[in-house]
Each structure stands twice: as structure tokens, then as C-alpha cells.
Design a protein around this ligand. Structure first.
Ligand SMILES: Nc1ncnc2c1ncn2[C@@H]1O[C@H](COP(=O)(O)OP(=O)(O)O)[C@@H](O)[C@H]1O
Ligand SMILES: [Mg+2]
Length: 316
């Protein structure tokens, strides 16, 4: 038998169900590979169970708040258990879209223009009276409103005119303290995954998502058949190379280790824009990282084992 690996999944985030799907698949893959697997839903029993079970490593299959924002990572470091995926600071930075976009701009990484508002700015500072300035500041409609910290397109809406802006903000605010209003980029949606290897980060082929409904929302992300995927994305070679370079830059800029997945849109002129970086990419049947890995001959079990080995063997 190989080492004992605890797979953390579920939890209380809004992406609980997605995480359970990721976690079950990861657990199966590890068991197939001969690891002793301890599947763990995240409950108040988590810490006592980890102390009792003493796993050699944890596979973090959590998505969303607490699992992807550095919280569980910090706890695992305190307990001295190696874990898969980016560390505390990288997770926290990537989770915070408003902050990571600032870093992208500083580093010359293209990202759609945006404004961030906090709930406090609306409640206590009169920010609502300046919403009329937003469209011009961002170059006009359409815009997108989304929570700064959230995933799976939850709380996100496309806004085509000024009348819809306040209600879109109200829809996003329950998801967190900060909301972004961002210019909508019309074009090809892609996800570019980065996997650390012995020779540094390896950038996998970009995956193109073409949702049949036209919108890559929660249902399009997780319902088989609702989205067509193309690997590599149907883009010219020079654009494919450029987006792979950008994904590597984002992975390194945020200080990611092991794995990350960078979501982008390439506009009609072939110019890419980075939307966000995911530090706990989905591992479900319709997820993008496994699809990209498969395209270069890394099967699902290989992918999972490779990530676990990085944690176990402390490959940074
Ligand atoms: N500025 C934008 N332009 C075009 N599409 C966008 C934009 N922002 C978000 N989207 C769409 O919404 C989806 C989710 O947005 P994203 O920023 O990746 O957040 P998350 O995946 O964390 O919910 C994207 O995959 C894309 O389909
Ligand atoms: Mg995304």
C-alpha cells in the first residue's frame, strides 16, 4: 500500500456539490492507484479526524470560500500536513479578483477594465450616487457584475444598459463584501491550466468553452452536453502561444505551486484578457483541467497522482 491521503471535499461553500463531485472522483482515482484514501467532508470534526487519522498528505478538492481562499491551507500548515495546490498567500490573492487584477495590471497582464465597490461604500459612503460614472469609465456596455470572491459564475450577471446595473449589484452583493463591475469582452472563452513539473511550470493546451446557450453559467459548466469543448482552443497558433505565456505569468505572479487554471477571453481581434486564476480547479466529469491534461496524455489518475506526489515529495 502507498501513503495515506485524506481528500477534503464538500464543506459549506456554495460550490459544495461541485466539490463533492471533484472529491469523489479524486478519491476513486487515488484508491485505484493503491493509496489509502480517507474521504473527508469538511465539518467541525475535520481537525480531530485529521489528528486521529494522521494522513501523509491532504488532497484539497474543495472549491469556493474557505477551501480555495487560503483558510484551509493555513490550517493544514499549522497541523503540519502537506497538501496539494497553491499555498496560503497565493490562494488568498487568486480568490480576491479585485486584488489579483490590480497585480495583473502592475505586471502588464491584460485584464478587462473594472471598478470594485465594497458593501461599505454603498452603505456608508454614498457610492450608489456615482454609478452613473461607471459605464463611461469602463468604455460603455455591455458590462458584467460579479462578486470579487466567488466561483462557478455565482452572483454574476451581464448588464446591457444602465437601468439593470443597480439590480445586478444587488444580486452580487450577498456573495461577499466586494463586487466588481467589469467590461464584458465578447470573444472566445478559454481556460489555460498550469501544472508544475520537474522542469518548472508546464502550460497545458488551452481549452475553449462554447456554451450552447451562449453563457458559461453554472448549468453550462456542470451539465454534460450543455457546452462544447475544444482542445486546443480554435485560435491561431500565435494566440495559443500568447495565452499560454500569460497563464504561466499569472501562475508565477501570484506565487502558485502545483497547479492553477487561468480563465481568459480572447476578443475578436485576437487580444486576450485574463479574468481570473483558480487555485483549486474543478475535477468533475466536465472540468477543464482534466480535459487539458488528457489532451497531452495525462489521464485523470495520472493527474491526481502527480498532484499528490508533489505534496508528498515536497516538489515546490
Ligand atoms: N469580463 C468578462 N467578459 C466576458 N465574459 C465574462 C467576463 N467576466 C466573466 N465572464 C463570464 O463569466 C464566467 C465566470 O466569470 P469568472 O470571472 O471566470 O468568475 P468565476 O468563474 O470565479 O465565477 C466566465 O467564464 C465568462 O463566461
Ligand atoms: Mg472562472
Amino acid at each position: 500500500m502507498k501513503e495515506k491521503v485524506a481528500v477534503l471535499m464538500g464543506g459549506r461553500s456554495l460550490e459544495r456539490e461541485v466539490s463533492l463531485r471533484s472529491g469523489r472522483r479524486v478519491s476513486e482515482a487515488l484508491a485505484e492507484r493503491g493509496y489509502r484514501v480517507v474521504p473527508l467532508d469538511v465539518t467541525p470534526e475535520l481537525v480531530p479526524t485529521l489528528r486521529r487519522e494522521k494522513p501523509d498528505a491532504v488532497y484539497v478538492a474543495l472549491h469556493g470560500k474557505d477551501g480555495e481562499d487560503g483558510a484551509v491551507q493555513g490550517l493544514l500548515e499549522f497541523l503540519g500536513i502537506p497538501y496539494t495546490g497553491p499555498g496560503v498567500a497565493a490562494s488568498a490573492l487568486a480568490w480576491d479578483k479585485a486584488l489579483s487584477k490590480r497585480l495583473f495590471v502592475k505586471a502588464g497582464i491584460p485584464t478587462p477594465p473594472w471598478v470594485a465597490f465594497t458593501a461599505a461604500a454603498f452603505k456608508h459612503m454614498g457610492a450608489a450616487t456615482a454609478l452613473d460614472l461607471v459605464p463611461d469609465a469602463l468604455g460603455g456596455f455591455p458590462l458584467v457584475v460579479k462578486p470579487s470572491g466567488q466561483g462557478s459564475a455565482l452572483g454574476l450577471s451581464k448588464v446591457d444598459d444602465a437601468d439593470r446595473l443597480p439590480s445586478a449589484l444587488l444580486d452580487a452583493l450577498p456573495y461577499g463584501e466586494t463586487v466588481l463591475v467589469e467590461r464584458w469582452i465578447e470573444g472566445t472563452e478559454i481556460a489555460v491550466s498550469v501544472l508544475d513539473g520537474p522542469d518548472g511550470p508546464e502550460v497545458l493546451p488551452p481549452v475553449e468553452m462554447a456554451p450552447k446557450s451562449g453563457v458559461f453559467d453554472f448549468s453550462a459548466m456542470y451539465t454534460p452536453g450543455e457546452t462544447d469543448y475544444y482542445v486546443p482552443a480554435r485560435l491561431p497558433d500565435d494566440v495559443l502561444r500568447a495565452v499560454q505565456g500569460l497563464a504561466r505569468s499569472v501562475h508565477e505572479l501570484l506565487g502558485c505551486r502545483h497547479v492553477s487554471r487561468v480563465d481568459m477571453v480572447v476578443d475578436v481581434d485576437g487580444d486576450p484578457y485574463v479574468l481570473e486564476c483558480n487555485t483549486s480547479p474543478g475535477m468533475t466529469e466536465t472540468s477543464l483541467l482534466p480535459m487539458a491534461a488528457e489532451a497531452v496524455g495525462i489521464g485523470f489518475q495520472d493527474l491526481v497522482e502527480r498532484l499528490v506526489r508533489m505534496a508528498l515529495d515536497a516538489v515546490e
